[in-house]
Ligand binder design. Structure first.
Ligand code: PA5
Length: 406
């Protein structure tokens, strides 16, 4: 993975202070150690799921589903997978009914994933599915030790797997939360972790990623008053759900009250897909308020060489320059052209190039964004790992629900 920064920043002292803080933090925040974990228990578990199970349905929300979905949707177009994954994330009844209509319940294994073990969305959906399929053998529960869900799973005699210590939901893609569904689908989870580990070693071992990530984090933090919206502009449909994962990671981690002041701060994530969003959001970046930075993500080799055919269309001769061009080349030329246009407007930007679509590259990209989030959180002085702001709405819903019961 290459990352070219088009902005300059020196502040060595601030960079080193952020690096020291992260070195300290990794002693107690669990996600940092995930790339080196031993995955043999997960692989043993995956082998225990019968071969005639064709579908795996994840019931979970937020950090309990977005990471696995991002990796699965990235890899799916280029790899023949063993099983399909489905994600029940919403209380939208149409979505639940539509997803269920695609599943043969006799050939489906359900993964109920909830760190807290009490999330309303997850358990309303689980109750519904359990009313249709109550065989405990087709359920596996992934949760924190001692959660109410662990007790429930024991009660019904279903399998339980645990999250490692101190791994927050949105930082959990490389733990059981993401690895179990991905392993069941046939994705190479060791390669995913190896990709993350290479990135980790480059950052902590004073490699290329240390300098790059520190510069980028300090730039975001220093300019968060002006460039408060951080767009990812990914030139591949395979990265659509990666963008959703990024929006959750960035938004829920960085929108906070500062630890040592009375101020509320935050950086706003936007996920865009090229070339589609060249015909929509790009106008706002080019000529709208100058409050956005952009990170372009490109795939160098799509491993698909379909060409635009050598056909001249009557009255449309001006489009003949497209003839014989591979789509993979066209999409990257589109990306480069937008980069050039934005540079002329002095919009702060950087570009990330991924060599191809594989597990190692998405593992590296996700770990890169986790490190970047931790660094920016440290530099803007927030607690990156909590989410007190989402509690108020939950408490009001609980009151409303108990008033229905009377
Ligand atoms: O990142 C987070 O902590 C949240 O988005 C959670 O993942 C989400 O609220 C789901 O929580 P739980 O896994 O406890 O059901």
């Amino acid at each position: 993975m290459k990352n070219k920064l088009y902005f300059k920043l020196k502040n060595k002292k601030v960079q080193e202070a952020a690096f020291s803080a992260i070195l300290e933090e990794q002693k107690h925040i669990g996600y940092y150690a995930l790339p080196e974990q031993d995955i043999s228990p997960i692989l043993t578990y995956a082998k225990s799921i019968p071969d005639d199970i064709e579908n795996v349905a994840v019931i979970g929300i937020g950090g309990s589903s977005l990471g696995a979905k991002a990796v699965y949707e990235f890899i799916k177009p280029t790899k023949k997978l063993k099983r399909k994954l489905y994600f029940f994330e919403s209380t939208d009844p149409l979505n639940i009914t539509t997803l269920l209509s695609k599943l043969n319940l006799q050939k489906t294994h359900f993964l109920v994933i909830s760190k807290s073990g009490t999330t309303i969305e997850t358990f309303s959906i689980y109750k519904y599915i359990y009313s249709l399929q109550n065989n405990p053998d087709v359920y596996t529960f992934i949760t924190d030790p001692h959660s109410p869900l662990e007790k429930y799973a024991n009660e019904i005699g279903a399998s339980i797997l645990y999250l490692p210590e101190n791994v927050g939901g949105r930082f959990s893609v490389l733990s059981t939360v993401g690895l179990v569904p991905l392993a069941l689908s046939g994705i190479d989870i060791q390669a995913l972790l190896d990709g993350a580990d290479t990135l980790k070693k480059s950052f902590f071992g004073a490699g290329y990623m240390k300098d790059t990530l520190l510069k980028k984090a300090v730039y975001y933090a220093r300019h968060h008053g002006q460039y408060r919206i951080n767009c990812i502009f990914a030139y591949s449909e395979t990265l659509k759900y990666f963008c959703e994962w990024y929006v959750q990671l960035w938004g829920e981690s960085l929108g906070k009250k500062q630890r040592h002041s009375a101020f509320n701060v935050g950086l706003t994530p936007i996920g865009l897909i090229g070339p589609k969003d060249q015909h929509s959001f790009l106008q706002l970046i080019m000529e709208g308020t100058r409050n956005k930075s952009v990170t372009f993500i490109k795939i160098e080799d799509f491993q698909d060489e379909i060409l635009i055919p050598d056909i001249s269309l009557p009255h449309l001769g001006s489009l003949d320059s497209l003839n014989n061009l591979p789509f993979s080349k066209l999409i990257n030329m589109q990306c480069d052209s937008v980069i050039e246009a934005l540079l002329e407007e002095d919009i702060p930007l950087d570009s990330i190039s991924i060599s191809k679509v594989n597990e190692g590259n998405i593992g590296a990209l996700m770990y890169y964004y986790e490190l970047l989030t931790s660094l920016v959180g440290e530099l803007i002085d927030v607690n990156t790992y909590d989410q007190p702001g989402v509690e108020a709405g939950k408490q009001i819903l609980k009151k409303k629900l108990s008033s229905i019961l009377g």
